[in-house]
Write a protein that binds this ligand. Sequence first.
Ligand code: C2O
Ligand code: CU
Length: 469
Amino acid sequence: MPTRRHLLAATAGLLAAPVPSFAAPARVLRAAPGTASLGGDLPETDVWAYDGTAPGPVLRAKQGGRLRVRFENALPQPSSVHWHGIRIDNAMDGVSGLTQPPVAPGESFDYDFHLPDAGTYWYHPHNRSWEQLARGLSGALIVEEADPPQVDRDLVLVIDDWRLDEDGRIDEASFGAMMDWSHAGRRGNWPTVNGRYRPELPVKRNERLRLRLINTANATIMALSLTGFDGRLVALDGQPLAEAEPITDILTLAPAQRADLIVDVTAEESARLDWITPGADPYPFALFPVSGEARDEPLGEIAPLSANPLPTKLALDNALRARLTMAGGAMGGAMDAYIGRHPMTAMMGNGKGIPAGTGRLGIRDLADHGFAWSLARISGMPADPVITAKRGETVVISMPNDTAWPHAMHVHGHHFRETKGGPWRDTILIERGEKAEIAFVAGNSGDWMIHCHMLEHQAAGMGTWFRVT
Ligand code: C2O
Ligand code: CU
C-alpha cells in the first residue's frame, strides 16, 4: 500500500513544476445589458442577460460536488445571485441585504457551494428581483444524478412571459406599477420557451426525453398541457417523487416551480406544449416536430428517480410552530400592518425611500409607501426573525391565505412538505381563501427568507425571514 509519505516522495521530483490546482476554477457568470431575439417577428430586444443570453446559460454540476461561480456585475444596478431550491450554505444564498451585501456595479462575488441534491433548480437575481428578472436575468441550474435515468436527451425548457410594449421593447413604464403590485403581479404578453416565442424543437418518434420545465415568470401561474408525449412525472421542484406518476391533463407550475417529466414521443407529426387558459383554445408554447424514428417501439417502463438525502423524519409532535397569515392586496378587505424595520425593507416597496419601521398603517398609507401585502401583520422584512429554530428542529408553518389572490410561497434553503402529506417542494401555490401547513427540518444555520415568488407581491411586502441557530 503506498502511503501518503510515499506519494509525497514520489511527487517530490515534480516540485519545480507549477503546483496544479485541484479545485475546479470558478466559472464566470457575467450580468450585463445586452440584446436578445425573442422570436416571432420581433426586432432585437434590449434585455439584461447572464453571459449575453436570456435566459442565461444552463449551469450543470454533479450531485455531491461543488459549484464555483464568480458573479460579475456589469449591470447599472446592484445585484446578487440566488440559487433557487439548493439546500445551500447560508452565506451563498445570494439574498441582497440578508445573506450578503448587494454586489455593486463593476464588482464581483465568488459563490462556492456544495450540492447535496440532484434535480432541476435555477438561479436569478435577489435584488429588485421584480425588475431584474423581468429584464431577462434567470437561468437553469441542473444537478445531475450519479445514476441518471436512461433517456435519449435531456431538454431544459425555461418557460417565461415577457411584458413588451408595441415596439417589442420591454415595457419599462409599468415597472413598479401599483396596479400590478396589488393585483396579480406583472403578467406578460410574450410567452417564450428558452427565450424564444413558440420555438420548434425537433424530436424523433419513440425518442425518450427528460423534460425539465421551469417557470421563471415574475407572476404568471402556468397551466400547461403536453400532447404527443406519453410518460411520467418524476420530480417536482427538483425533488424526486416516490413513484413515477401519470402526467395529468393540466400541469400547473406557479412562478419558480419546476417539474421533471420522462416521456416518449408518440406523435406522428408534431408534439406540443400548450398553455391552457379557461375558455380559450390551447395556446402553443412550443412545438416539437417529429422527424425520423429513434426506435421501432417506445422504451418500457419509467422508474422513479433515486431519492435525495433529505431528512426523512419530521418530528411534528414537538415541532416549532408559527403562523404566517397572508393579508392585503386589491379586494382583500381591510388591512393594517407594520412596515418592517429590517434594513432590507427599504429595498422593497416602490423605491420611494421610506424608512422602515414607520409604525402601524392602514392600507392607503401602506400603498403610499409601495406596500400592499403583509405576512403575519408585517409588510416587508421584520427586524427580528419570525421564527428562530435550532438546527435539526422540525418547523411547522401554517399559511392561511386571507387575500383575494393566489400566492406562490417559497422557503429559502429548505424543502418542505405539507403536513397532510404530498411531495417535497420549495415553492407552494396557495389559492385564495385556502390554507397550507408545511413542515421541514431546519437544516442549515443562518437567515432564510420566506416570500411570495410573485415578485411584485414580494416587493410590495410579502416577504419575511427566519433564523436557524
Ligand atoms: Cu427564487 Cu427568494 O427566490
Ligand atoms: Cu403573492
